[in-house]
Design a protein. Structure first.
Length: 154
């Protein structure tokens, strides 16, 4: 069993290693890929990565304050569900109303790799590959379809 400090250090090492891989992938694309603050250009629409003791997820979080605006963006993603399923290496999961850890209700679209553990270093290559591949695929999806979402801002 790990102490709280050991778990923290382990997670930092995990995310730093993934960040290095994303930096290299971004260089190959000729640009910087910022996964912590991906530039969707839409306030309150975020691309997030999560990993814990049971799974890893790549998420599109819709954190709009107004529920109606959140629903409009969620419906646009639903219209592109087939494209998202082609984009991700596993099925896209849609959750219209999710109680976020911050206490707010958000909408989330995500793909998930189950039966992996961030605290098991042997799982890191599998988790990194999953998150990296799906993040790069999501980046390509966003480059292709972002104008549909930008049009919703007006």
């Amino acid at each position: 069993m790990f102490s709280k400090e050991e778990k923290k250090e382990f997670k930092i090492a995990f995310w730093n290693e993934l960040n290095d891989k994303l930096t290299e992938a971004g260089k190959a694309k000729g640009r910087n890929l910022e996964w912590l603050s991906y530039p969707t250009q839409i306030k309150r629409l975020f691309f997030r990565m999560e990993a814990d003791e049971t799974s890893a997820r790549l998420c599109v979080d819709l954190q709009f304050v107004t529920k109606g605006i959140r629903e409009i963006y969620y419906l646009q993603f639903q219209d592109l569900e087939n494209k998202l399923n082609e984009t991700f290496t596993s099925e896209a999961i849609f959750v219209e109303d999710l109680e976020h850890w911050n206490g707010k209700t958000i909408s989330r679209i995500y793909c998930e790799l189950k039966d992996v553990n961030i605290n098991n270093k042997a799982d890191w290559p599998k988790i990194h590959e999953y998150l990296l591949t799906n993040f790069l695929n999501l980046d390509a999806f966003w480059e292709e379809f972002n104008e549909l979402f930008y049009a919703l801002k007006n």
